[in-house]
Design a protein around this ligand. Structure first.
Ligand SMILES: [Zn+2]
Length: 285
């Protein structure tokens, strides 16, 4: 009997071990299958052209799109498809999120990553949309503050959280693409900056870029803007950029897209750094 008992124990132990191994293996296979499926889905979305409806919305609402070189436009189209597939849009204050809302926001956000295949908004899951500038009581966020009303915002970007936007400002920013202001570009620049875990105006750079040079160039330009704001001297960058290095980066990115010629003339080094970072030169468009 003891012998038999010992055999039984050994058999049970082997069976238990095998079952555990099978569970782990099964789990790994399911995970691998999911990853493969997601990769295939993304590849298909990236390769697909925009459908007619999305194309029409962009043609009507985002004049900048027409200026973008063709080779970049096809990549942008794929990114818009992916963004609309993966990011959830939520309306607040009774705002009804439509395909138009989604496309206008997605297209502007994806401008920032259209020539860097490895870049994405890694922690973003959702975009919250208000009909108009909204009041926010949170103190931690890094917002685009409305002049004179510090608690009213047209956009916010939360670290490891959503982007929050006022639809009227997001739509206006898309339509008027040469006034240096674009709340969607501003907030998604914050998302890129915050992907490092710190919101300091120093995003993860392209491999060919020098972090030391970036730091030197941005610091000097930031201090120049602060002096200009103090003395009332006009500058290509909006005065809001003088409030913090993270805001300076977001404002510089807005200016890069909206006033590239003027920025290149006035702040050539910051312009050059952003050209390297994004992988294109809007002054040529
Ligand atoms: Zn900001």
């Amino acid at each position: 009997m003891p012998l038999d008992a010992s055999r039984t124990d050994s058999g049970d132990a082997m069976t238990g071990g095998t079952v555990l191994l099978l569970i782990i293996l099964g789990g790994a296979l399911i995970y691998a299958a999911r990853v493969m499926k997601r990769r295939r889905r993304r590849a298909a979305l990236m390769a697909a052209p925009l459908d007619e409806r999305r194309r029409a919305i962009i043609a009507q609402r985002i004049p900048l799109y027409r200026k973008i070189p063709l080779y970049l436009r096809s990549r942008l189209d794929g990114l818009i498809n992916r963004f609309l597939d993966e990011i959830t849009f939520v309306g607040r204050d009774g705002f009804d999120v439509t395909e138009e809302t989604r496309v206008v926001i997605a297209a502007q956000a994806c401008l920032l990553i259209m020539n860097r295949p490895d870049r994405w908004f890694p922690t973003l899951k959702s975009v919250i949309v208000y009909p108009a500038p909204f009041k926010s009581k949170a103190k931690k966020f890094d917002g685009f503050v409305e002049r004179g009303e510090t608690s009213v915002h047209s956009g916010e970007s939360w670290k490891r959280g959503p982007v929050v936007l006022a639809w009227d400002r997001a739509a206006y920013g898309a339509l008027v693409d040469d006034d240096g202001h674009n709340v969607v570009i501003h907030e998604f620049a914050h998302q890129l900056d915050e992907a490092t875990g710190v919101s300091d105006g120093a995003p993860l750079l392209d491999k060919d870029q020098s972090a030391a040079r970036w730091g030197r160039v941005f610091q000097a330009s930031y201090e120049r803007l602060r002096r200009n704001v103090q003395t009332g001297r006009p500058a290509v960058f909006d005065a809001y950029g003088a409030s913090a290095p993270a805001e300076f980066f977001a404002v510089a990115v807005e200016t890069f897209f909206e006033k590239p010629q003027a920025m290149k003339a006035e702040e050539p080094q910051v312009y050059e750094e952003l050209t390297l970072y994004f992988g294109f030169d809007p002054a040529r468009w």
